[in-house]
Design a binder for this molecule. Structure first.
Ligand code: NDP
Length: 343
């Protein structure tokens, strides 16, 4: 197998003086020696676009604190070299989270170098493409579903709401919950997403303004549970309208990081608010969740919900995502970006 020393990568650099943006992203050619330290060198086959990546592409200091930066919080590929003895050349692996694409340079690159502890062997049944179709979004959705089950929510107890349903976390949450037999209500700001969300198993699709508000700390008890990707008033209303002993998994902030709420849903209805973090999820549960995605919880997205781009397409796609215009998942193929790999 050829082991090129040069490869394409998407570099986010400080914008020239006078520009309004903090940063600009462009495809450049890197060498293995340019990569940060780490014990495993991976040839990246596939990465994906997540909300955090979209922020990193614009140089958001919360994700890309230090410039220049290579975004890409997840990737799958093949080990080229491992100095720690934990992996062998040729092993198929995946990485999501830890510091990939935030503290460390990420997956929008022909090669990445990371600590061995960040890697998981690719679970049987998944290839690089299917693993990254799930990516951080699918992993987060599966963690959220696991949190609902652990919180005592079961099929048959009533409807479960998924917000931001057209997004990466949303589509997988809808599909997995439906596969497990839940009655899933999908909330989406995109009316044209109703048919694909129904195909994924949503029994009903409602608009973003369909959650009733009202005076008082509690609303009509409606939901057995929920997966919330948007935060803010939506999460507050969901919690205020969750049934006795229900559970809501909160994983996102697409609308807002605020939570305008009292403690009454917790102390009067025994509602559980389960926080979901994908980046630092420990290795044991991380492996269990991936085994579920590769096995009993495996779901497929219809072709219209998976878009494949190369590195040149990332900046525009990231801007679309931040504007809330994307649907489903976007795969990023770093190695198809430029024919300039040299041995
Ligand atoms: P996407 O951009 O794919 O999806 C977000 C969805 O939220 C959009 O498709 C849209 O869905 C909805 N949305 C966007 N803007 C607004 C708004 N202003 N008000 C209400 N809804 C809005 O992102 P992901 O699915 O990848 O991520 C979703 C959220 O989860 C993000 O905040 C992300 O940072 C977070 N996240 C957290 C993780 C963790 O470890 N906790 C891991 C992965 C993601 P629609 O049009 O259908 O309403």
């Amino acid at each position: 197998m050829a082991t090129p020393t040069q490869f394409p990568a998407l570099l986010v650099r400080e914008a020239p003086a006078g520009e309004t943006e903090r940063a600009v992203a462009a495809v450049e050619t890197l060498c293995v020696g340019d990569l940060p330290p780490g014990d495993v060198l991976i040839d990246v086959a596939c990465s994906s676009l997540n909300y955090k990546d979209a922020l990193a592409c614009q140089g958001h200091p919360g994700v890309a604190a230090k410039l220049p930066h290579v975004p890409g919080i997840d990737c799958a590929g093949v080990v080229r070299q491992c100095d720690s003895g934990h992996f062998s050349a040729g092993d198929a692996v995946l990485v999501t989270g830890y510091g990939l694409g935030s503290d460390a340079w990420g997956g929008y690159s022909g090669c990445v170098r990371v600590p061995a502890g960040w890697l998981l062997p690719l679970p049987a049944g998944l290839d690089a493409r299917s693993a990254m179709t799930y990516g951080t979004a699918g992993f987060t959705a599966a963690q959220s579903v696991a949190a609902l089950l652990a919180g005592g929510v079961e099929p048959g107890q009533g409807p479960v709401l998924v917000t931001g349903a057209s997004g990466g976390v949303g589509v997988f949450s809808v599909a997995i919950l439906a596969k497990l037999g839940f009655e899933v209500v999908a909330m989406s700001g995109k009316p044209d997403m109703a048919p694909p969300l129904a195909t994924l198993g949503a029994s009903r699709v409602i608009g973003r303004d369909a959650l009733p508000g009202g005076e008082g700390p509690l609303l009509k008890a409606t939901w057995a549970g929920g997966v919330d990707t948007v935060g803010g008033e939506t999460l507050a209303r969901l919690l205020r309208s969750t049934r006795y002993r229900g559970c809501v998994a909160a994983c996102g902030l697409a609308a807002s990081a605020d939570l305008p709420l009292t403690v009454y849903p917790f102390i009067l209805r025994g509602v559980t608010l389960a926080g979901i973090d994908s980046a630092k999820c420990p290795a044991g549960p991380r492996r269990e969740v991936w085994e579920k995605l590769a096995g009993p919880w495996s779901v497929e997205l219809p072709p219209g919900l998976v878009t494949t781009i190369d590195l040149d397409g990332v900046a525009d796609r990231a801007a679309e995502m931040l504007a809330g215009k994307t649907r489903g998942r976007t795969l990023v193929m770093p190695r198809s970006s430029r024919p300039d790999e040299a041995g």
